[in-house]
Design a protein around this ligand. Structure first.
Ligand SMILES: [Zn+2]
Length: 333
């Protein structure tokens, strides 16, 4: 066996020494650097074994305030391709990304989306909301667009990229339907999602929730005492049972809202920790895009669903157990 392997190795290297065109170069694994975990997941699903993906922002990291370290800049310099969310999510990395774009392809996921499906931060501003991953169908369309743009940059990988995106697209559309079913089981009057910052507007529009964040669309903006008081009053008056903290935002601000409501006699609880702008740890179910959205759905259904929602919750738990988290693409529909 060892002899055979050695002999094969010798033959192979002998051939390569002659005039073989360079299939290695065509097959070379692309070094892709992305900003968020959600993007890392998307690029891995598109690229499969043809890409090596590194995400700069790990679990619990807030992309709005993230600045690139020296190590990040070195990684970005070595990358064959850079993918970022865009729409000003990575507000403090603009300059670095612009610089990198002078020497290599730097793709904004958000720019690949149909502009008509993007939401403005407010009616008074032209700024667009960057939290596009919370609508699984919208994210799916972005995955297809990204695969096309990656194929243009690296035409030698076109077929596998498009096939990877098509496979992952099926998983994402199935997820979208599953989420719709779970959320539809929550009573209409309870479909109010209150979180630390305004990350869930796309979510609300896609799945029928009214959403409110204590802070604005970016966590960089401060909230005032007035915002806090308004929120306490609103939650108490409408008897909203729960609010949600986020994995990438400090919890203390919402804790004060909970205390304020309790002082007014409204027994508000923290419904749990949602993954908002970052996924869970790698290797855990929440460390994938699909697992992250399922985790959020299970928490929201458990905290806001009264009565009829138990079925929805157990259903999504069962689905999460069936799922092999690291490789949703291998599921056959
Ligand atoms: Zn955010």
């Amino acid at each position: 066996m060892v002899l055979w392997a050695a002999l094969a190795g010798l033959l192979a290297s002998g051939c390569a020494g002659n005039e073989t065109p360079s299939p290695e170069k065509e097959q070379a694994v692309l070094n892709v650097v992305v900003t968020t975990g959600m993007l890392a997941d998307a690029v891995r699903q598109i690229g499969g074994e043809r890409v090596q993906v590194h995400a700069l922002m790990g679990p619990g990291v807030d992309p709005h305030s993230y600045t690139a370290s020296q190590g990040d800049i070195a990684r970005l310099r070595r990358a064959d391709l850079i993918v970022y969310n865009g729409l000003h999510l990575e507000g403090k990395m603009q300059e670095v990304l612009q610089n990198m774009a002078q020497t290599k392809p730097v793709l904004s996921f958000g720019e690949g989306l149909d502009p008509n499906r993007l939401r403005k931060v407010s009616s008074a501003s032209d700024a667009l909301d960057p939290h596009i991953w919370f609508d699984a169908a919208l994210w799916e369309s972005g995955v297809q667009a990204l695969a096309l743009r990656m194929s243009k940059q690296f035409p030698q990988h076109r077929e596998p990229f498009l096939a990877g995106a098509a496979r992952y697209g099926e998983t994402l559309l199935a997820l979208d339907q599953e989420l719709r079913d779970v959320y539809a089981a929550i009573p209409q009057e309870n479909r109010v999602l209150v979180t630390s910052h305004d990350a869930f507007e796309y979510f609300g529009a896609a799945y029928g929730f009214e959403v409110m964040g204590l802070q604005g669309v970016s966590t960089v903006a401060e909230f005032g005492l007035r915002d806090m008081t308004d929120m306490v009053n609103l939650l108490s008056e409408r008897k909203i049972p729960a609010v949600f903290v986020e994995s990438s935002v400090p919890h203390r601000s919402l804790q004060s809202v909970v205390e304020g409501c309790r002082q007014k006699g409204h027994p508000l609880v923290i419904g749990g920790e949602l993954f908002s702008d970052a996924m869970g740890p790698e290797g855990s179910p929440e460390g994938t895009y699909v697992g992250m959205l399922r985790h959020n759905a299970a928490l929201i259904a458990a905290a806001l669903g009264t009565g009829g929602v138990a079925g929805g919750q157990s259903r999504i738990d069962a689905a999460a157990q069936d799922q092999t988290p690291a490789t949703p693409q291998r599921q056959t529909p």
